[in-house]
Design a protein around this ligand. Structure first.
Ligand code: AMP
Length: 294
């Protein structure tokens, strides 16, 4: 395994792999502080691709003013040790200046899909995500790129970006990995104290209630949202930032779920830590929907 810090070095390695060896390349973009959620993506990349690149870059462009960029957990040594066990070929861990050199002035904006939910709560967030992912796809020229359903809107934004700009990369979206308590794994869980960690389990409980109500025939978006809101209110340490029920592909608000595949997405504060999670509610006849899309 080689740790690469320069765009140029990664670019020339992949150019050689593509030219001289008939191998597929997969990339797993991350911000590090790796956990089992990230590792599930790495495992799938290892299974599907000949050469696996994991990028570790805490991307300043996707953090707003007053957010946790400075405090975001960073642990390149620990991450490297983990990835060695997973047989990763390359870690791409560039500096901020390497990705955004002096004079950097080109940004990528995915309209519409970026504007609601996380985009509304964190203005500029998806512009930062889309820009860095564009750079990573250009540098690594992967056949496959792996992302988690945990960041459902991010997955949609990236699929749209790849389609609109004509990248020759297949986007693979993998399920959310959870603790036994149901809490979605996240690097930000490291901010939680023991009490907050316990309190945070309300998020998944609330989403599971919506899932159960849906399974029993509830199709009103308003009532499903109300169920989630009420459950989260039972936990005094949790503060709901938003609950949204939208079409899972367009993120447009819906009143009745009926034929829609719906995304129920929440952002919840535990103290100063903001966590997001979601469930997808799918009409039975659509359940075989594939999650791999180009
Ligand atoms: P991050 O380091 O938070 O930017 O996440 C890097 C990638 O890992 C993104 O595609 C996330 O959606 C994915 N990811 C984060 N948490 C999880 C999780 N609990 N389960 C599955 N994928 C995840």
């Amino acid at each position: 395994m080689e740790i690469i810090t320069r765009r140029q070095r990664l670019h020339s390695i992949v150019r050689k792999i593509r030219r001289e060896e008939d191998k597929t390349i997969g990339i797993v973009p991350t911000m590090g502080a790796l956990h089992e959620g990230h590792l599930s993506l790495v495992r799938e990349a290892r299974r599907m691709c000949d050469v696996v690149v994991v990028s570790i870059f805490v991307n300043p462009a996707q953090f707003g003013p007053g957010e946790d960029f400075d405090h975001y957990p960073r642990n390149l040594t620990g991450d490297t040790a983990l990835l060695t066990d997973y047989n990763v070929d390359y870690i791409f861990a560039p500096s901020v200046e390497e990705i955004y050199p002096k004079g950097f002035s080109t940004f990528v904006t995915v309209e519409n899909l970026s504007e609601q939910l996380e985009g509304a709560a964190r203005p500029g967030h998806f512009r930062g995500v889309a820009t860095v992912v564009t750079i990573l796809l250009n540098v690594a020229r992967p056949d496959f790129a792996f992302f988690g359903q945990k960041d459902a809107q991010q997955a949609l934004v990236i699929k749209r970006l790849v389609r609109d700009l004509g990248f020759d990369t297949e986007i693979v979206i993998l399920p959310t990995m959870r603790e036994e308590s149901g809490l979605a794994l996240s690097s930000r869980n490291a901010y939680l104290d023991d009490e907050e960690q316990r309190a945070a389990t309300v998020i998944h409980r609330a989403l599971a209630l919506a899932e159960a109500a849906y399974a029993h025939g509830e199709r009103s978006a308003k009532r499903l949202a109300e169920l989630v809101r009420t459950e989260i209110l039972t936990e005094p340490r949790a503060r709901l930032d938003y609950i949204s029920v939208t079409d899972a592909d367009t993120l447009e608000k819906i009143d009745k779920l009926d034929d829609h595949t719906a995304l129920v997405a929440v952002a919840v504060y535990l103290g100063r830590t903001r966590l997001i999670d979601n469930v997808v509610l799918q009409p039975a006849k659509q359940k075989a929907r594939v999650t791999v899309e180009t």
